[in-house]
Design a protein. Structure first.
Length: 462
């Protein structure tokens, strides 16, 4: 009984494997064995691709002495450059198998044995797979003209070829860019903005803007996150999103038909991690001529450090023994009582001070990006005298109502490094125990330090 079950299981596995392998991709060439100097011959490659409909590229390596022109590309974009013939399909033909045709022309002085190699690259479930073209040998001699007047012999279909499967991000479609054509498409730009969440501590929103000028075809956006961070998608712009191995990936079979679009995703930091962390990324895409190019995203930093945390309010804790002069109590105006003349045994009673609205100075709004140092935050509005009495600060302190709290800052600097140095100076010289930190503004609007550094192209200083 057990033997029968094992035999039935083996047959079932064989049927499944046979079905799987019958859907694999094969290439069958039909090329002449000989070619004469100056001769032109038609050659074919039959592609059996099953139900695949994704992006694909067929690349042929052509030896010197032979040139290629297109006869039938089956809707692929075709280029021949630097002895490489390339067919690019944004979407493969619907047929299970089809044939592409090319014309091979031999130079007048060609001689000897010539070898043509090639490879088909395509996407299956967002992963790159490849299949090699069987090597083609063409003898260049004067006998080729007579022999090629006959119908070329059709080579036997190639055997099922093993697939070489790698993750898409590891190979970038293995595109080799000619040395004389290394600049990517004019107008293609990419930029990233990281904004700390205003709701969840340790959460950041990443927004990437891609300007492709309506570039069609396959493309991939990838960000590499440091350990301790995870990512989930928010807006994909019709891309396939994945997050594996600390790599955030957006993959498009065909880019959106827009000059510019954005994608966003959310990253969360593990609890307890602190320090400076960097995100690196790139946008790779296929140009009209089939070349794959890259737009490198600038490296961005996330700073999870108590003193510089962009989202920390640092609301001061009440002191155990507040000094009377720090903030006199507010007393409503009362009729002035009659004052008795002092006697030898009686001293004059101290008169209560009447406190008016604290004197504050609105913060200046210079154009562009500037930095200040926040020293305190709290629910109560206080004036300049409070900081003069408590910290001996005589310079202007600027109040700002932000996220429901009154926040107080000093200074105004064009460079982050200068603001950082001033933070250290004012903390030490004035014995400020609320851990001041650097904040940033752009045309009067409060922004994150990361965004300010990106706009000004400055570096973060610990």
């Amino acid at each position: 009984m057990a033997k029968n079950i094992l035999l039935l299981f083996s047959l079932l596995v064989m049927l499944i494997l046979q079905k799987v392998f019958n859907t694999e991709v094969t290439l069958t060439p039909n090329f002449p064995k000989n070619i004469a100097p100056g001769e032109e011959v038609i050659s074919e490659i039959k592609i059996k691709k099953g139900s695949l409909t994704s992006y694909a590229k067929l690349q042929l390596e052509i030896p010197d002495g032979l040139t290629i022109s297109i006869v039938d590309s089956k809707s692929a974009s075709f280029t021949f450059y630097s002895q490489k013939a390339k067919f690019i399909w944004l979407s493969l033909p619907a047929e299970d198998e089809f044939t592409v045709s090319i014309k091979i022309k031999a130079d007048e002085n060609i001689q000897g044995e010539k070898q043509i190699t090639g490879q088909l690259s395509y996407l299956r479930n967002s992963d790159k797979e490849t299949v090699d073209l069987p090597n083609i040998i063409i003898n260049a001699n004067n006998e080729g003209l007579a022999q090629n007047n006959k119908k070329p012999e059709t080579e036997k279909p190639s055997a099922q070829l093993p697939l070489v499967k790698t993750n898409l991000d590891e190979s970038e479609m293995n595109e080799t860019t000619p040395a004389t054509n290394t600049n990517f498409t004019s107008g293609v730009t990419c930029s990233r903005i990281i904004k700390p969440s205003t709701v969840t501590p340790g959460e950041y929103i990443v927004e990437i803007t891609l300007r492709t000028e309506n570039l069609p075809g396959f493309a991939k956006l990838q960000d590499v996150l440091p350990n301790g961070f995870s990512a989930t998608s928010i807006e994909t712009s019709n891309a396939m999103f994945s997050f594996t191995g600390q790599k955030v990936k957006f993959v498009w079979m065909s880019l959106p038909a827009k000059d510019e679009f954005k994608v966003t995703y959310r990253i969360n930091a593990d609890k307890g991690i602190t320090g400076q962390f960097f995100i690196n990324g790139e946008f790779s895409f296929a140009e009209q001529d089939g070349e794959t190019k890259k737009c490198i995203l600038p490296q961005d930093a996330i700073n999870i450090i108590a003193a510089d945390a962009p989202t920390a309010d640092n609301t001061p804790k009440p002191k155990a023994e507040p000094k009377p002069q720090q903030e006199p109590p507010v007393i409503q105006p009362q009729p002035k009582p009659a004052v008795k003349a002092p006697t030898a045994q009686q001293k004059p009673e101290p008169q209560p001070q009447i406190k008016t609205e604290p004197k504050t100075t609105p913060a200046p709004h210079p154009g562009g990006v500037h930095y200040r140092v926040q020293i305190e935050a709290g629910p109560k509005l206080v004036g300049q005298d409070y900081f003069k009495n408590r910290y001996k600060i005589t310079e202007e302190v600027y109040p700002e109502l932000h996220q429901g709290l009154n926040k107080y800052s000093v200074g105004g600097f064009d460079a982050y490094s200068i603001a950082r140095n001033y933070r250290e100076k004012i903390t030490t010289n004035h014995d400020i125990d609320t851990k001041p930190f650097v904040i940033a503004y752009n045309y009067g609007q409060r922004i994150s330090i990361q965004e300010a550094l990106m706009i000004t192209k400055q570096k973060w200083v610990k």
